[in-house]
Design a protein. Structure first.
Length: 463
């Protein structure tokens, strides 16, 4: 006879405004949320049910808005130690300027950079992060293990997009020759990473995607075989697409077609694929993404920093394309925060063709939560506040100086200044309290990041 399972421990949160971001955009002006172990048990208007058993903590959330945790869908953690460089460059020139430095990273640098990137996001409300890591210099150590270890230590839910490059300078690509892998080596290492770290369970804290870097730095064989590998292993696929006009020109010259048609010809479109940026998309491209349910990671700040352009997000959403938000690497978005991308996505898209009708506050919040969960293939367990989903949520303080005079809570956190995070929970465990991380030492991470940034700069200067 099996032993009875332990009764769940409950956390009860009351007196908060709640934006569930469910299918009906249900909101409560004053409501409650009950967490049982790592799941959301119940939520609604008014007070929590009486006589709940095993309540280990009660939180009076007066003056707060509860939302789903933010979901980041595109990042390059290693760039944390190369921030503030090439600040007046477009994408191509920025890559040329920085690849010689990036090619010198090692395991210690990557671990510390991952800690910095994760810490900055997590204390700003990110509960699910991802990292597209594609630079694996020869002899640099266990970079994937270092990144995943940093995420585990931080306590965030995480997807590693195991990237790869096999087109170096000698083949007409941008990376130095010693910073790329062979096609066979990249595919083998990616498969090994999936088998070692990917957890497909509902409660998974770590997942792995197959993620060749971009048309500029990979062969057609790596892209095609990467798609086949991802589907054989049953994991998602990720890459950069349609980021600049130069990329479109490159694809037409080399492959005789635009980026979207090229990706589709290699099997790299589909409901198990998401693409970063997608700035330069025509109607046919958007229709192809909608038809195949290919997702998009929209990175408004990085797109502006590198003068790439304004992605057609309203048109993508209208067509039914899944869209989430991304920080992108912090060498092209030095703030490294996702909650500021809610505001930037809304404002930048209003500079486009749709003007003031482009996005509203609730659409922006959906991009940063449920949209991101869709893009990462996890909309059944995160991205909205619903009974049975995983307990990943944030308490935003909206009764302080920066927000108290804005009546609507969602408008306050999207249009207003970056709202303070009083508490952030991942898998039912609190990782942030009053804008400070509980799981790691932020000050130590800052010191280590400065040390590793200086070490990398010295090594790069030596050539």
């Amino acid at each position: 006879m099996a032993a009875p399972s332990a009764a769940p421990q409950r956390i009860v949160i009351e007196n908060a405004a709640i934006a569930t971001v469910d299918a009906q955009d249900t909101e409560y002006a004053s409501g409650y949320l009950v967490v049982a172990d790592n799941r959301i048990e119940s939520l609604g208007a008014g007070k929590a049910p009486e006589n709940l058993e095993n309540v280990v903590r009660r939180i009076d959330a007066t003056g707060h808005l509860i939302t789903p945790g933010l979901v980041n869908t595109h990042h390059h953690f290693y760039q944390w130690i190369t921030r503030g460089l090439a600040t007046d460059h477009n994408l191509f020139n920025w890559l040329v300027a920085l690849y010689p430095t990036w090619a010198r990273i090692d395991e210690q640098m990557v671990r510390v950079a991952a800690q910095g990137s994760l810490a900055m996001m997590a204390r700003g409300g990110v509960t699910t992060a991802m990292d597209h890591h594609y630079v694996f210099p020869q002899g640099s150590g266990d970079l994937s293990g270092a990144i995943i270890g940093a995420a585990s230590e931080m306590g965030v839910r995480f997807t590693l997009a195991r990237g790869s490059m096999d087109r170096s300078e000698k083949d007409g690509g941008l990376p130095p020759d010693f910073a790329v892998e062979t096609t066979e080596g990249a595919l083998a290492a990616t498969e090994e990473t999936v088998k070692k770290f990917h957890d497909a369970s509902f409660d998974s804290m770590t997942q792995v995607a197959v993620a060749p870097c971009s048309p500029f730095s990979i062969s057609t064989e790596l892209l095609r075989e990467g798609a086949a590998l991802g589907r054989r292993l049953g994991v998602r696929m990720h890459t950069h697409g349609s980021e600049t006009v130069e990329e479109e020109k490159f694809c037409h010259e080399l492959f005789g077609m635009g980026p979207t048609d090229y990706f589709e010809s290699t099997g790299f479109l589909g409901e198990d694929v998401w693409m970063a940026h997608c700035v330069h998309m025509n109607d046919s491209d958007i229709a192809a993404f909608a038809r195949t349910k290919t997702g998009v990671a929209h990175c408004p700040s990085s797109n502006a920093r590198l003068a790439a352009g304004i992605a057609r997000v309203p048109d993508m959403l209208k067509a039914g394309v899944p869209v989430g938000l991304g920080v992108d690497g912090t060498a092209s978005n030095e703030s490294g925060e996702l909650h500021t991308e809610l505001r930037n996505a809304l404002l930048i898209n209003r500079l486009g063709a749709h003007r003031e009708a482009a996005l509203n506050a609730r659409q922006a919040l959906r991009l940063g939560t449920y949209g991101g969960a869709q893009v990462l293939g996890r909309a059944d367990n995160i991205g909205s506040l619903e009974a049975g989903k995983l307990a990943d949520f944030v308490l935003w303080k909206i009764d302080g100086l920066g927000h108290s005079s804005i009546a609507d809570p969602v408008t306050a956190i999207v249009f207003g200044a970056a709202a303070p995070v009083t508490a952030s929970f991942v898998n039912g465990k609190q990782i942030v309290e009053n804008n400070r991380l509980l799981t790691v030492d932020e000050d130590a991470i800052a010191r280590d990041a400065r040390t590793e940034a200086q070490r990398l700069a010295r090594i790069a200067a030596q050539g």
